[in-house]
Design a protein around this ligand. Structure first.
Ligand code: MD3
Ligand code: FE
Length: 214
C-alpha cells in the first residue's frame, strides 16, 4: 500500500555531512519564541557590533544564556557579561534550550546542552558574509539554528573559502543542525530581500543559534 508517512511529519533534509535542515520543526513554538526574544531584548537590547576590521555589522545582535558573543576593535570572543550593561546576559528561556536539544537529537546529536544563544536580527539589506564559526572550544558539539520571520537565502560552502556554495531558503519555523564535518564549513546569508516579510514580524528576520562554548 502507498504510505505517505505521518501527516505533517516535518521533513528532514540533509544539506551537508552531518548537517540537517528540519523544515518547520519550530513552527508550533514560533509564537512563544518570538515573545521570548522580546523578553530577552528588553534586558539586552539588539545592537550593531563592530568587527575587528572596524566595520559595523548589518545584522543587529543580542544573546542569552551563560555566554554571549561579542565583537569589537579588539576581536571576537564569548563573554559572560554584556559589555553594554556589564551585567550577565539574560537567562536562556527554558523553551530555547529544550527545543535546541530536541532538534539536535533528531539530527543524531544526543544530550546537546547549549551554553549560549546568539540572536541575530536582520532588516532589509542586512546580510552575513561567508565565515566560519570557530570561537567555540568544543567543536564536537553541533550548532542549532532557528529561523523566524521573513525568509532569507542561506549560503552553505565547504571547508575552504573558495569552495562552491549551495543556497537554501530558510523560512519561519525552520531549524538547521550543523555538526561533524559541517561544523567548520563556511556559511553566510544573502542580503534580506526588499520584499521579504512575514505576517508576524514584517520585514524582519530573526535567527537564533545555540552553541556549546567551552
Ligand atoms: C553552518 N548565522 O550567527 S544560520 C551565525 O542566519 C550565523 O543568522 C546565520 O552564521 C544566520 O554565526 C546563519 C546558522 C549557522 C550557524 C552556524 C553554523 C550555520 C552554520 C556553523 C557551521 C556551519
Ligand atoms: Fe555563523
Amino acid at each position: 500500500m502507498l504510505d505517505l508517512g505521518a501527516p505533517e511529519a516535518p521533513q528532514r533534509q540533509q544539506i551537508g555531512p552531518d548537517a540537517w535542515l528540519l523544515k518547520g520543526f519550530a513552527l508550533k513554538d514560533a509564537d512563544a519564541l518570538l515573545a521570548a526574544i522580546e523578553h530577552v531584548a528588553a534586558q539586552a537590547p539588539f545592537r550593531h557590533q563592530i568587527t575587528p576590521g572596524g566595520y559595523q555589522m548589518s545584522a543587529a545582535m543580542s544573546s542569552c544564556g551563560a555566554y554571549g558573543w561579542v565583537t569589537d576593535r579588539h576581536g571576537y570572543r564569548y563573554s559572560a557579561l554584556d559589555p553594554q550593561s556589564n551585567q550577565p546576559w539574560p537567562t536562556m528561556p527554558a523553551l530555547f534550550g529544550e527545543l535546541a536539544e530536541r532538534a539536535a537529537r533528531s539530527a543524531g546529536f544526543a544530550h546537546f546542552a547549549p551554553e549560549a544563544c546568539l540572536i541575530n536580527r536582520y532588516t532589509t539589506g542586512a546580510r552575513m558574509g561567508l565565515h566560519q564559526d570557530k570561537d567555540e572550544q568544543d567543536l564536537n558539539a553541533p550548532i542549532v539554528s532557528i529561523s523566524l520571520g521573513a525568509p532569507i537565502t542561506f549560503l552553505f560552502g565547504g571547508a575552504h573559502r573558495i569552495d562552491p556554495t549551495s543556497r537554501w531558503l530558510l523560512e519561519h519555523g525552520d531549524v538547521v543542525v550543523w555538526g561533524g564535518e559541517s561544523r567548520l564549513y563556511f556559511h553566510g546569508v544573502s542580503p534580506l530581500g526588499k520584499k521579504a516579510s512575514h505576517p508576524q514580524t514584517g520585514a524582519v528576520r530573526y535567527n537564533l543559534t545555540f552553541r556549546k562554548v567551552r
